[in-house]
Structure formats: C-alpha cells, structure tokens
Design a protein around this ligand. Structure first.
Ligand SMILES: C[S@@+](CC[C@H](N)C(=O)[O-])C[C@H]1O[C@@H](n2cnc3c(N)ncnc32)[C@H](O)[C@@H]1O
Ligand SMILES: [Zn+2]
Length: 1013
C-alpha cells in the first residue's frame, strides 16, 4: 500500500515554494510572533506531508495543490499567495479518510506539524514534548483555541486577553515604584557594560556597535556598486550613529544634519567611514573585541588586556607562569558576584557601584511620527537603574525573582552556552535592575489577574471547572506576552541598526545560544507608539496570534492532546496505536533546547503558579512545574537540572557534567545516537504495522544522515522514499555559509524489515532501484538535490528492507561507503538513459567525470560566482558516490578551494579568453595535453571548439582521440548530458558542448549530429 507522498507526482517544488513564502517578513504565521522557538517548520510543508501521507498515490495533483495546500500557482509555475493563510478544504472523501486516522508528533516543539494535522481534520492528534516550556506553548497553540472554538468562546477569549492585558498594564503603570523608572517619551534605552580602566581609572563604556540606524531605501538589490569590501553606495533613508566627545557619548544624526530623508552615501561599515557629497566622516569601530580579548579605553586610548589573578595587576602582555584572565571578563564576573552580595544585604550600594564593571546607558530612542529620534543618555538616566536596585533589595527573598542556577557547562560544538564564563550563574543576572524589577512585578500581576478572572467567571455563574479552565487559557496567553517581554528586555538582546524603523530589537534567543552582548536594549514596557515590544505591543502580538489559531481550530479535528513526555519512552502512550507519525527530531548539536528555553521556563513557572508561605505552589499547569511525590509535590527548579540528559541531542559539555567525568566526542555522539535509536524504537511500538513514519531532518552533514538511517533501520523501519524540503530560514543558511545541500530531508519509513542477504545481492537490487527511481524522478521534472536525495532513498530502501546484510557491522560506514556510491552510479546511468541518443544505456565510468557530471546536474549555476560553488559537505556527499575526496578532487583540478568553499572548475563563459583561463587554472597545456580524466578531454574539446573552425577542430579531435580514445569518448558522453535540458541554459558549457557535438559529427550543426539518433 503506497501513498501520494511516496509517489513522484508529489509536487515538491510547489510545496517548497509555498514554504518559502512563510519565511519572509509578511508571510510568517501570525502565532509565531507570540514568542520565539527554534527550528519551527513551515506550515505549508507540514500540511502537504501530512495530507500526502494519508492519501493514495493516484490522486489528482491539481486538487491537492488547490484545495489542500491552497496554493495559487500562476502559468509560470510560481506560487503567488501565502498558502498557510487559508484552511484546507479537501474533498469530502479525502476528509473522511483523514478523520479515520490518528496522528502523533513525539518531538512537537512549537507544534507546526500537529497544528496542520488539526486543520486537516485528522481524527485524533497527539503532540508530545519533553520540555515543560514547549508543553505550555503547545497548550496555547493547539488546545486552548480548539477548546474555546468548540464552546463558541473564541471571540470572548480574544476580548478577555485584551481586557486583562490592559488591566495588567494599568496596574503596572500605576505602581509608583515602576512609573518613576521610565521617561514617558522614551521607547527604548540602549545600554552596555562599562569597565573601570586600569590605566586612567575612569569608567569606559564598551561599545560593540556605534551605529544607531543604517537603513537603506528599498531592498539591498539597489546597491549600486561594491568597490571595496564592506562598502555600499546607495540611498539611505536613515543614518545615525554614536560618537565619543569630551568624555561622553554624542549622537550624530545625518538626516537631521542634512535635513533630508534620502541620503546618497557610500558607507563602509568594515573600515568605519561614510562618504557623503565628497566628505568623509568616521564612524568608530567597536572598542571591544571579545574574541581577541582586548578592549580600548575611550578616555585614555589604552589597551585593556590581562589581570593577574594573584596580584590583581593589569598587564598588556600575558605574563609567563602566572594565572591571568582578561580584565574585562574578570570585571563582569566581579559585578555579578557583588550584585548578589548587595541583594543579599552583604554590601551596600556604594560598594557595589565601585565594581570594576557595571551596566550603563548610552542612548535613548524616541518615536516621533513614525520616525526614530536619538538622544544620548545622561547620568540621571543610568541612576534609575540603581533606584530599581534598591527596590529589589527590599523585596529580596520573595519567590518572584528567578534565582535558579544557569547550567554549569559550556557545550563544545553545540550552540553557545558560554555566557556562564562571565559569571552569569543565576537567571536574574541576565537582566539589568530596572528590567528585573519590572519583570518581577509584571509576573506577579499576571498571577493576580488569574485569580480575578476565575472569580469573575464564578460570579457570572460558570461552573468551577469551566471558570478555572478559562482562566488558565487567558493566563497562559498573558504569560506568553510576558515571556515575549522578557525576551526583548534583557542584557543579552541586541539593537539592530539595519532594519526599518521600530523593528530594531532582536530577541535574546533568536540565535542558537546565549552569548555575552555589548549594546543591549532596555525597553520602556509602557511606551506604545510604534513600540511593538512594550507590554501592550506584546499583548497585540498575542491577540493576532490567537486570532490566527482560532481560525485554524475552526476547521477541526475531533480530539487533540498535548503530552509532557519523553519521546524515547512514550510512557503516556502505553496502549495506543497510531496510523501515522510525522515528526522533526532534534538535529544533533544544533540547538541546546533544554538550557536555552530555561530562560523562559523560570518566568513561566512564576506566572502560572501560586505563592504560599514564600514558596511557589501549583496553580495552572502544575504538571509542568512540579513533580508529584506521594500526596505532595516538588518544584522543578530548572529544565536543565531535570531533563538535560534526556534531550535527544549531541552535547559533550552536558554529558561530562552529568556523568561527572571526562568523556570523548565519540562517546557524546554515541549517547546521541542511542537516544535517537530509542525514540525510533518507541515510535515503532506505537505505530500500527501498516502505518507510516515520516521524519524531517536537517541535512548539513553526511554523518548525521547516516545516524538517522541507522537509528531507524535498527529499530525495524525501512526507508521508502525521501526528498528535500526547504525549512531553515534563509538567514540561518547564509549565516552558516551552507550551499545547495543544506536543507531538511523528509524521509518516509514503513515498519517491516525482513531476512538477510549478501551485500553483492543487495547492491544489484540497490543499483536497479536507484536507476529506476532516478529515471522516474527525471521524467517527473525533478532536478538538483531533489533528484539526488530521491535516488539515494531508493538505494536505502533496497538496503533497509533487509533485516541484516551479512558482514555489515558498522551501519554508518556502510551507508557512506556502499549506499552513496550505488546511488551515484544508478543516477549516472539514469542520466545517460534520460538524455537518450545513439548509445542509450551507456554510462559515464571515469570517477572524475562522474563527479563533474553529478555536480553539474545536481547543483545550481550561481550567477554571482559564474559557476558552481559548494561547501565541504556537498563535496563529500557527491564525492562518496564517486570514490573521490576533496583532496583528490583538488589535485585533479576538478574543484578549487576558495575561502573555505569549493568551486567547480568549469567554463565561465563561451569566449576564447575564458577557456584559455580555464585551461590555465586547470593546469592543462593545449599544446602538449596530458589527460588526467575525461573532464580534461572535455575542456580541451571545448577549447578547440571555441577557437577553431570545424576543420581545425576535427584535426585536433582526431589527434587527441588517437592516443586517448577512452577518455575522449567519455568526454563526448559528458557533452551529450550537458547539451541537454539537465543543465540550465545560462551555463555556457551547455552551448560549448552543443558546438563540440556538432563539430564532432562533422555536420557543423547539432541537428546534423542528432539526425542519426
Ligand atoms: C526540531 S524541534 C521540533 C520543531 C517543531 N517541529 C516545530 O515546527 O516547532 C525538536 C523538539 O524536540 C524536543 N525534544 C528533545 N528531546 C526530546 C525527547 N526526549 N522527547 C520529546 N521531545 C524532545 C525539543 O525540545 C524540541 O522542541
Ligand atoms: Zn583609560
């Protein structure tokens, strides 16, 4: 029994386009703006995968695209709308099918997959998550909207979130402790850390970015030229920065100076200058460089380097044999310790403020008529932070302040957890005193609102169960609004000068780690105009998200459940069976979810619990924050302490800490593989025998792919098909410099592996399967990564259908050394068959030629690079298939390494000069050619074709062929592949190959040559 998802007719390209639409600013699902979570999957692809998995292979594709995916596709095949905005409206017989199925996502995260399962109307949807934080978010995304929609309470819920959000704001605003801390007309304060200079004794701010606004008009495509690195010459709508004069910050606002909203300027952010109307102005470079452990005092200009831990003396050179630390780090650590001492009543404020490092404010941002105005911050502004401190000290000891410990390890390769080395060892230290005081009060108010809502509903005559459930929903949304406030109000968020107007504060968690930050934002939580990060602004984001979720819920599944459980055990699903499991397991060391989301957890717990006897006690969603022990309970302090060893992830720092001993990278990897395997085992247990499992997995590294395949296979699943879907945001991909193969792969699995076989037997099957599948995919118009992954899946399908392959122990190595080559070979055969012609069925055999051909067929031509560039893992993946590694390929001059990337050495143009250059780069001398591979033969022939007439060409061709017949014939095979539609028409080699073929045939035209075919 096959499915539409396993059919080559599944419209991957349209699904990917639909998914792409939701990554851009205006296309994002509204509820994603409620709060940040990592690696959320686009709704469009989740929907397409779920529906296609449930439908038979022969359905009408058009109906699928228009009624399920809801994509509007124009004549050019482009998706024009943002499909997730509409609920699916499948035909009744499809809907009936969905309604009979039960779906599980055991790694639900923020719930993209279960949300779409709800919208499609699956019979029952279960979302499992290990982390309480995600569990709470899943309740808000999946359960409450449905609960409210079913009872006709949707609109009331929206109104009440609005009403009680307002109530909280008003209460906060009328708190005299808080009101006096903010200037009513300031939207955002930009602050940083300052340190006491060991040379001159003055406090110097450490400024990571002097820019306040560098906003260009329109898109970056309008950049006129880029003469030198880092320089942009274009029209800017806003240019403002900070400078340092007479011992204080000064604001330079170029728009104000020039009285214009359009500045034509050349800005070089690297070298730190800007040129307008022929005059150059400097914008300072950061005076802090944490990587090189250096800072510069703005007062005296001296370098700040090392402090001796023994003598406390500062030195520029690292003294030998003496323990030192970077002065700046040491100073920030001291602040963190002294802050704790102060709050605990051990030292006074004066002593604290003598700390060698302290937070300080640099600038104030106001919003006037939609435009930003900047002012430098004064001493009085910074003093408000100390005022807040005194208030905090008075309330110290109440359970509202998050005094929980941060994790105690950094994570090696994983996302950056290294903030702890700066002495940030308790969560409250990640906020400046004003931020902390405001957040503490905010959370307390949310708690109070919960009581009032319940009372109100009881007074209105609701029964107690409903009143409580309703209050729980509202308070959860208000809590999420508070979490959003926490996220944009810490000393680990950043001011982003590049984007438009008010969209300038970047959340504390938008990266995959928490890092030390210079220049952070302190938001006026009351300031409304244009301030989307104030508390009222955050309530608005929640309302927009909630409205969206309510519209999704209206489409309705019968039953939805969110479970706080461990995917490796699925203990809450003891006796259940599912028809489908669709899931997105964590990708190796990509995100340390447990630790990072503790930043939310410590606040969530406070807003949703109650306080009794100066302790937190359960109220709403108590199961997330407390563990039952007999008749009583224990508070879960942090997620990391409770759950870190159970997170499916690769994290050596974590492993060492919990094992209490040293551990190798290999051991950390094995630990991860074991957890992944156990989760596959659990999934197998709860999946029906005729059910289907679909996994999403990022694909940046062939090793990761092997880990996934071996985990699934060992657990009794066989691969049936696979294809890439676009998932990660563009920002991330470019940030990591990954090329074409960096995207998620969807793998479709079925239970049931049988029998054993010898590799030779399996290889034969695998090769045939790969060739047939590749041909099928080529005929269906698939290209690039789609084609490669699809072909590989056919190979894997042949391999994993056996329970055991005799003589294979190391499954990972096996996939790399056997499965990849079989896929490459099968693909090469299919390509030859696909282009057809006289010698159909023949194949390219030479390893170099095979690599070159696969790279040309699989990778896109980049207009910018005028050719193909690939990252190391792409080279490896194609390389495994051909038995060549990057070293060998470099020595054969098939690829060249430039700036950490690999360039395929191919013609950049059709002109003679360009071919001369290519031969030169490839160290091929046309007067005395020595052929290393068929690629050499091809490039020589192309050179002859570009420089000689037919007669001259034929002479050279015959000469070359007389000594190198095998390689020359192989080159002609390549030429036939490249002259066809498998290579884009912008690629000059396509036309060069057409010319080579026509000259070889002697007829001088392509038609003449093909005539005999
Ligand atoms: C890649 S994310 C899923 C993202 C999700 N598909 C979405 O669109 O929002 C993987 C999730 O698995 C969760 N996780 C990690 N280990 C787990 C375990 N042992 N059991 C259940 N969930 C786990 C993580 O907390 C994380 O939220
Ligand atoms: Zn100084």
């Amino acid at each position: 029994m096959s499915s539409f998802l396993e059919s080559p007719k599944f419209p991957v390209d349209i699904v990917n386009q639909a998914a792409e639409k939701e990554k851009k600013g205006g296309g994002r699902p509204e509820h994603w703006e409620m709060v940040f979570w990592w690696t959320r999957k686009p709704l469009a692809s989740a929907r397409a995968v779920l529906a296609a998995a449930a439908l038979p292979p022969d359905i009408d594709v058009h109906t699928f695209v228009t009624q399920v995916l809801k994509a509007k596709v124009n004549l050019k095949g482009q998706v024009e709308n943002v499909p997730h905005r509409e609920n699916p409206s499948p035909p009744p017989e499809w809907r009936e099918r969905f309604a009979k199925m039960k779906v599980l996502d055991p790694f639900a995260g923020f719930g993209s997959i279960p949300l779409e399962a709800i919208r499609l109307g699956f019979g029952e949807v279960v979302a499992v998550e290990l982390l309480p934080t995600a569990y709470v978010f899943l309740k808000a995304v999946l359960e409450y909207p449905k609960w409210a929609a079913e009872r006709g309470l949707g609109e009331q819920l929206v109104r009440d979130v609005e009403k009680w959000g307002k109530w909280v704001t008003e209460q906060l605003a009328s708190d005299p402790d808080i009101r006096e801390l903010y200037d009513p007309d300031v939207a955002v304060y930009i602050g940083t850390w300052e340190v006491k200079c060991p040379h001159c004794g003055k406090y110097t701010p450490l400024i990571g970015n002097w820019w306040l606004a560098r906003v260009s008009k329109g898109s970056s495509d309008e950049t006129e030229e880029e003469e030198e690195e880092g320089a942009k010459k274009k029209i800017f709508s806003r240019l403002a920065w900070m400078d340092w004069e007479n011992g204080t910050i000064k604001i330079v606002d170029l728009n104000k100076e020039l009285k214009t909203s359009q500045i034509k300027a050349k800005v070089n952010s690297k070298q730190g200058y800007i040129e307008v109307n022929g005059t150059k102005k400097t914008v300072r470079k950061p005076n802090i460089d944490a990587r090189r452990e250096t800072a510069t005092c703005l007062h005296c200009g001296n370098q700040i380097r090392y402090i001796s831990l023994k003598t406390g003396k500062h030195t520029i050179e690292k003294p030998k044999g003496e323990e030192t630390e970077w002065y700046v780090k040491n100073a920030v650590k001291q602040w963190n310790q002294l802050l704790e001492d102060y709050l605990n009543g051990k030292i006074d404020l004066e002593k604290l403020l003598q700390s060698p490092a302290r937070p300080t404010l640099l600038a104030k941002v106001k919003v006037k008529e939609g435009d930003l105005q900047f002012e430098h911050a004064t001493k009085q502004d910074t003093e408000k932070l100390w005022k807040a401190l005194e208030k905090l000290r008075k309330m110290w000891g109440v359970p509202d302040i998050p005094i929980e410990d941060l994790w105690k390890y950094t994570s090696g390769t994983a996302g950056n957890l290294s903030i702890i080395v700066w002495g940030f060892n308790k969560f409250y230290k990640l906020f400046n005193p004003r931020q902390l005081l405001t957040l503490v009060k905010l959370v307390k108010l949310v708690r109070e609102a919960g009581k009032k809502i319940e009372e109100e509903k009881l007074r209105e005559g609701w029964n107690s169960k409903y009143a409580f459930a309703y209050a729980e929903a509202i308070i959860t949304y208000l809590t999420i609004a508070s979490i959003r406030t926490v996220n944009f109000n810490s000393v680990i968020n950043t001011w982003y000068s590049g984007s438009f107007l008010t969209n300038k504060v970047q959340s504390s968690l938008s990266f995959r780690g928490i890092a030390m930050t210079w220049n952070w934002c302190d938001i006026n939580v009351f300031y409304e105009e244009g301030n989307q990060y104030s508390f009222p602004g955050n309530i608005n984001s929640i309302i927009r998200g909630l409205k969206y979720l309510l519209s999704c819920a209206s489409n309705g599944t019968r039953r939805v459940r969110v479970l706080n459980d461990d995917a490796t055990l699925l203990a809450n699903l003891e006796n259940e069976k599912f028809q489908m499991i669709v899931s997105d397991p964590p990708y190796r060391d990509d995100v340390p979810y447990v630790e990072l989301s503790d930043f939310y957890y410590v606040w969530l717990k406070r807003a949703l619990s109650d306080v009794s006897d100066r302790k937190l006690v359960p109220r709403f969603l108590g199961e997330a924050f407390f563990k039952p022990i007999g008749a009583t309970f224990r508070e879960i302090r942090t997620q990391w302490e409770e759950f870190a060893p159970r997170e499916v992830g690769l994290n050596i720092g974590r492993l060492k800490y919990f094992k209490g001993r040293e551990a190798s990278d290999e051991e950390a990897r094995n630990y991860f593989i074991e957890l992944l395997y156990r989760s596959f085992l659990s999934m197998r247990r709860v999946l029906k025998d005729d059910g289907m499992l679909v996994t999403y997995y990022a694909h940046t590294d062939p090793e990761a792919w092997e880990e996934l395949i071996s985990a699934g296979w060992r657990a009794g699943f066989r691969v049936t098909t696979a294809f890439p879907v676009s998932t990660e945001s563009a920002q991330r991909v470019t940030a990591r410099g990954k090329a074409a193969l960096d995207t998620s792969i969807v793998v479709v699995w079925r239970p049931g592996v049988r029998g054993e076989a010898l590799w030779d037997e399996v290889y034969r099957d695998a090769l045939v399967a790969a060739e047939e599948r590749a041909l099928e995919l080529l005929r269906a118009g698939r290209t690039g990564v789609d084609l490669f992954v699809g072909t590989l899946a056919a190979t894997l399908s042949a391999v994993t259908s056996r329970e055991r392959i005799v003589g294979v122990d190391d499954v990972g190595g096996f996939v790399r050394e056997r499965a990849y080559p079989a896929a490459a070979r099968g693909l090469a055969r299919a390509v030859s068959r696909f282009v057809g012609g006289r010698e159909a069925g023949e194949e390219v055999r030479d390893a170099g030629a095979l690599f070159y051909m696969l790279a040309k067929v699989l990778l896109p031509w980049s207009g910018r690079a005028r050719g193909r560039v690939m990252d190391r893992s792409t080279v490896h993946i194609i390389g495994f298939g051909t038995g060549l590694d990057d070293k060998k390929l470099t020595s054969m001059k098939i690829v060249e390494k430039v700036d950490g990337e690999f360039r395929l050495l191919e013609p950049r143009g059709e002109e003679r000069s360009e071919l001369v250059e290519l031969l030169h780069e490839r160290e091929l001398d046309p007067s005395r050619p020595v052929l290393r591979s068929a690629v050499d033969a091809l490039h020589l022939l192309e050179y002859y074709a570009a420089t000689l007439d037919v007669k001259g060409f034929r002479e050279q061709y015959e000469k070359l062929r007389s000594v190198n017949a095998v390689l020359v014939d192989e080159a002609l095979r390549l030429a036939r592949v490249f002259s066809g539609r498998l290579v884009p028409s912008v690629d000059p080699e396509r036309r060069l190959c057409e010319r080579v073929l026509s000259y070889v045939s002697g007829a001088g035209t392509l038609e003449g040559w093909l005539g005999g075919a």
